[in-house]
Design a protein around this ligand. Structure first.
Ligand SMILES: [Zn+2]
Length: 308
């Protein structure tokens, strides 16, 4: 018998400058994913199905006047949070011109006090641009550690969504291992990121990206392009069954803003591809709604999971 009373679907979107098909930043640097993708493709698609996206903004987006203007004028229901690619902000900033640059650094590969200052500067930039403090976050390339969690908590964040259960990521400057991380939101144990601890009212909530493990194969993500509509339904049902002892269940879709601009990521390459991406996304989300799920911005999970 399932105890689940409340299924919350969030959509966490890394919101960045356009990239190329090899995941390198565009040259010259363009922001079609912000000025065209967010207001004309993504937000209307979410509005149509009643979904509430959370756009996690990078340094370069918040430094671009036209992007900030487009974001400030965005109509509809959504949340803005932050997303860090650590090489692009002080201290120890490595690049001043981002065009044609890849950024493999994990933020957790920097000394903890340097990483803290990078997060603080990112958060200050957000506050300068939007006039309030961000409360949700994801690390670039999921490169977050226990130190990252402690820093985010100190900076007033409510929710981190850097953890990808069943997966391990490696870059030259660090490795993060989420293979044994919980699949559902949790308050991390002291000085841990991928382990649940006792409830503490001051602790940040970790809301992992929703994936389903598969035998001898990579886990499947709850994510358009990576999963068909039927596969999204299957992942949703898997989470519901596996965690039927909980009152509140989270389904957290992730992708990048660049995925709705053709050739601005390794994924959709033609206008037809983009259409398929958005159609699948809408159909998947709409189905979740018909199954009784509700949509919420990432930061709302913090209150919703106080009870579990
Ligand atoms: Zn990113």
């Amino acid at each position: 018998m399932s105890k689940v009373e409340d299924i919350i679907v969030t959509i966490s979107i890394d919101t960045e400058c356009d990239h190329d098909v090899n995941w390198v930043r565009s040259k010259p640097l363009t922001f079609d994913s912000i000025t065209e993708g967010v207001p004309n493709r993504l937000q209307p698609a979410f509005d149509e199905v009643g979904a509430v996206p959370t756009y996690l903004l990078t340094v370069e987006v918040m430094e671009d006047e036209a992007s900030v203007e487009a974001l400030k004028n965005l109509k509809g229901e959504y949340e803005y949070g932050t997303h860090l690619h650590a090489a692009f902000i002080e201290p120890e900033k490595k690049f001043y011109d981002y065009a044609g640059i890849d950024s493999p650094d994990f933020q957790c590969g920097y000394a903890p006090e340097i990483e803290y200052q990078k997060l603080e500067n990112l958060s200050k930039l957000f506050e300068q641009r939007f006039g309030y403090k961000p409360t949700s976050f994801r690390a670039g390339r999921y490169g977050a550690s226990a130190d990252s969690i402690n820093s985010l908590e100190k900076l007033g964040y409510k929710v981190d969504t850097s953890v990808t259960p069943h997966l391990r990521w490696s870059e030259p400057n660090a490795t993060v291992d989420f293979r044994s991380a919980p699949e559902q939101p949790y308050f991390p144990a002291e000085n841990k990121i991928a382990e649940a601890g006792p409830y503490s009212p001051s602790r940040i909530l970790e809301a992992p990206v929703t994936v389903k493990p598969r035998l001898f194969r990579d886990p499947r993500w709850f994510r358009p392009w990576f999963a068909t509509v039927d596969q999204m339904k299957d992942i949703f049902r898997y989470q519901l069954k596996k965690h039927s002892d909980r009152k509140v269940l989270s389904i957290n879709m992730m992708f990048h803003s660049m995925e709705v601009i053709e050739k601005a990521s390794p994924y959709p390459q033609t206008p037809d591809d983009v259409k398929r991406f958005i159609d699948d996304m809408q159909r998947g989300l709409q189905w979740c709604g018909e199954e009784g799920a509700r949509f919420a911005p990432m930061s709302d999970l913090y209150d919703a999971f106080q009870v579990n």
